[in-house]
Design a binder for this molecule. Sequence first.
Ligand code: NAP
Length: 481
Amino acid sequence: MVLNVAIIGSGFAGLGAAIRLHEARVSDVVIFERASDLGGTWRDNAYPGCRCDVASNLYSFSFAPNPRWSNTFSYQPEIWEYLQDVATRYDLRASIKFNHDVTDISFDANVNLWTVSTSQGRYVARSVILATGGLAEPRLPEIMGVDTFAGPIMHTARWDSSIDLAGTRVAVIGTGASAVQTIPQIAPIVAHLDVFQRTPSWVLPHQGHPVLERTKRLFASFPFAQKLNRVYGYWKRELLLFGFVKDPSRMTRAETIARDHLERQVPDPNLREQLTPSYRLGCKRVLLSNDYYPALVRDNVSLVTDHITRIEPRGVRTTDGVLHECDVIIAATGFFVTDNPMGEKVHGTGGETMAEAWRGDLENYKGTMFPGFPNLFMLSGPNTSLGHSSIIFMLESQLNYVLDALKYALSNNTRIEPTREAAHRWTASLQEKLPGTVWGTGCSSWYLNERGRNTTIWPDFTFKFRAQTRRFELRDHVNVR
Ligand code: NAP
């Protein structure tokens, strides 16, 4: 059987795509999921303390509000449960092929079809939606000797709850979003914790709090009230863009708040200095936490700022020659984002992989389509991530475009791909804008690719992206019957 749409991944993006296709009455849609359960990054990031730093009323589908969020900023178990609930509500489970690890996706230009090879067989599809996300493949630190460590090394996105950390000596490598959430959870139970910091992060106070029972009842009885709350949260976040994009010097106000937060929570001036970033707030992901700094001032926690030279069987060696002995290493070292391994598996019309085309600076159209990859759509594609608001808003915008384009391609039995000119126009306009934003103020971050180009962030108001993805524009596409 030829599928109309093969969706790869069952996280927010894959489920959202399947729901929209179902509503548009597109049949023969299958979601391929490599794991035995759905949920994507919110299934995989089960480390203690994992939480979303965007308010739940905004970090959820606009068409599937959840009046039962227990916290204004939910923790991972509840977000994962939300996705399970959405899958049940929209009857999606039967469309998901679990334990189907996609190994290759190749286009056959003779028949205008994609072949999706999986660990459990091959499938043929008219179109493909890559919904594998930017935070899917954990990046272990590239440190000499990492294979020689005698104990377990676990990445935060591959948390092994069978490893009992109580009373052990633990090393956490990294001080990004995942690290600052898990460190306060494990610090009270371990014998000793060394936190290896390469670059300090800006940390702002967290505003999250439990949702009152009466608020939940209000949201359940009057969905409009929850919608209003969502709209209010949306616009509050859009205003932040004036600092992120229009005038990064406005970030000094937030930097003052972060410095005050640090001063209130860390009495030792030396430690404060080590924790003070030297780059503009916003250049790297801004972190929210009320318990990270208090965890670092505990007697059983040390912040190590000497760089790591190697990992040895008994621990982590730093440039000052000290061996920091430990029983377990936790790598909170992020993901392959700009070099997502999925790119190696997708072959376009010329046989070239998407990764090879990217290395040659493959340009994209609306963060969703690529010349040479017909009827293939990437959700959370290039320059669709955000530093200030909810990625779900961006996803739903992309889905408007994808649905419109797919309906055209399927009903006309045609293959479509953006013209090189249209992709160039789109990509160049963003690349022109990005250096003047806060992300271009000079720091290393996972937003930048190996050539230092920001291929991750959308540098404008999200409502502009919504307007530009509202509909499929045939004139920007090559159309082959
Ligand atoms: P990340 O932000 O990429 O942080 C990785 C950390 O590891 C950085 O501190 C980095 O230092 C350090 N590191 C990497 N390689 C190292 C090495 N060889 N030696 C020493 N340190 C090393 O990764 P993440 O914390 O997993 O977060 C990734 C993204 O996931 C976030 O930015 C966010 O978008 C998302 N996320 C969100 C939440 C949330 O909603 N609250 C929670 C978790 C994750 P440098 O800074 O020097 O590179």
